[in-house]
Design a protein around this ligand. Structure first.
Ligand code: SF4
Ligand code: SF4
Length: 454
């Protein structure tokens, strides 16, 4: 829910094919217009590091106004934005249809796209954001890649920091030698099977790059829950949604990926399949960002309308069809972090609703819910320059999770989960009685556990 306005926020298509989008004078004029409104408003002071950077800059200028700030100093503000969308979705009263027509995250995106257009590319960011290529290569040598990327590896991590700009202390996701799609083919008991007689739904699980290459267990948990509930299943991975490329300002590449994935899913949607994304950032791309990048593409529109976030889909089954029996209480309680990109889907707190379907799971008792940005921001949060910034932004989340001291820590965003658990390790190390959960989990993994399916 957004503060201060009764109108539902809307968003204009990204005008990325218009040369004005990349015109540096026009961009600067728009930056000054928007940053001045933000300086007068300041509601977003504690959401991330972008706004404090802006406000400090203005406060340090001779007049205390934006007109004394040099435009070259805007770049650190843009660099600190993770495109989490929270300012747009939860705070800003000036988003369309308001006449100020303010869309801070998309302005940050435009700035990065313009930098790119004028030849200022982030070469390392470009490499880190090639998730399909990196996932395939690392999967071929998964044990070695996982050994090399292990936090605390004194041999490899300083080299990775020097060569790849990946902070030596950042927790990195693991790679798997067997992708989710490969597991789905070799373990057909859980997928690609005909629905039981009571089943009415058909779903294609969109594996997502993280679910396919890094943590197939999330997809396996989702499959088992949906199969148990009589959903006819497929697991598909036509390619990455392009969120990491969006962070790099490469809108043309995102558009290319959108066309490929939308074309691949189109025949399945025609056959009645719902498309279910395992990671909120990817669901957000399919539902909202792609239609703003390709507003006239009918297949992108069709895919947006057929897409569900995994928690949203399970709650939808519970509400409309009723859940299959078998859920049992989970021991030890759960601290649940709601991902920014789940909140940005404007669908309500579906992960909270899903967890509350588990017997004895009561918010404020066995279930602690944290609705605040964890500060990770994809590949941004592992970079040398930004890792500690991300830790600072996420500190209130990590402190709250340590205070809750539950047996499970879960986030809908798997990268945020790793980041939060690492912060809990730091924050909780001297706290008596605090026990660090052995791993960060996706809420569907906990739901599958409550069903006794894992
Ligand atoms: S999108 Fe997120 S990170 Fe970017 S400015 Fe808004 S709140 Fe900050
Ligand atoms: S994004 Fe909107 S709510 Fe946030 S500081 Fe700027 S004007 Fe205020």
């Amino acid at each position: 829910m957004r503060e201060g306005s009764l109108d539902a926020p809307t968003r204009h298509p990204l005008d990325w094919n218009n040369p004005d989008f990349y015109d540096l004078e026009k961009l600067d004029a728009e930056m000054r217009r928007v940053l001045d409104i933000c300086h007068g408003c300041r509601r977003c002071f504690n959401l991330c590091d972008s706004f404090p950077r802006l406000f400090d800059l203005v406060d340090a200028s001779p007049t205390g106004e934006l007109d004394e700030v040099d435009s070259k100093d805007f770049k650190p503000i843009v660099d600190a934005c993770t495109l989490c969308d929270l300012c747009y979705m939860t705070k800003c009263p000036y988003v369309p249809p308001h006449e100020f027509n303010l869309d801070f995250p998309h302005l940050m995106l435009r700035y990065r796209a313009a930098e790119r257009h004028h030849g200022h590319k982030d070469a390392i960011g470009d490499q880190l954001s090639q998730t399909d290529r990196n996932g395939k290569l690392a999967g071929l040598v998964a044990p070695i890649a996982n050994w090399a990327s292990e936090r605390g590896n004194a041999l490899t991590r300083p080299v990775m920091e020097a060569v790849m700009d990946v902070h030596r202390d950042a927790e990195l996701p693991k790679f798997n030698s067997k992708t989710l799609v490969a597991r789905a083919k070799s373990e057909p008991s859980a997928v690609n099977r005909a629905a039981p007689a009571f089943g009415k739904r058909k779903a294609a699980i969109y594996a997502t790059c993280f679910g396919n290459y890094n943590n197939p267990d999330i997809g396996i948990a989702a499959q088992k829950i949906l199969a148990h509930n009589g959903v006819e299943l497929r697991v598909e991975y036509p390619g990455c949604c392009g969120m990491p490329r969006l962070e790099q300002g490469d809108i043309a590449d995102v558009a290319k990926k959108a066309r490929v994935v939308a074309e691949a899913f189109s025949p399945l949607i025609d056959q009645g399949y719902d498309i279910v994304a395992l990671v909120p950032s990817c669901a957000l791309m399919l539902k909202f960002e792609w239609p703003l990048i390709l507003p006239n593409d009918p297949l992108v529109k069709k895919l947006a309308q057929a897409t569900f976030d995994i928690s949203e889909y399970i709650v939808d089954i519970a509400k409309k069809d009723g859940l299959a029996p078998g859920l049992k209480p989970l021991e030890g309680g759960v601290t649940l972090h709601l991902a920014c990109h789940a909140r940005a889907q404007n669908m309500g707190a579906k992960a909270t609703e899903m967890m509350k379907l588990i017997p004895d799971m009561k918010q404020g008792e066995s279930l602690a819910v944290i609705e605040r940005c964890a500060g990770h921001g994809g590949s941004w949060g592992v970079r040398k320059e930004f890792f500690e910034v991300g830790m600072k932004v996420g500190k209130p989340v990590m402190r709250a999770a340590v205070k809750e001291n539950k047996a499970h820590i879960a986030s809908e965003c798997p990268l945020a989960g790793l980041h939060i658990r690492q912060g809990m390790e730091r924050e909780g190390k001297d706290k008596d009685g605090f026990v660090l959960p052995p791993k960060a989990e996706h809420p569907v993994e906990l739901f599958a556990k409550a069903y006794g399916l894992l």
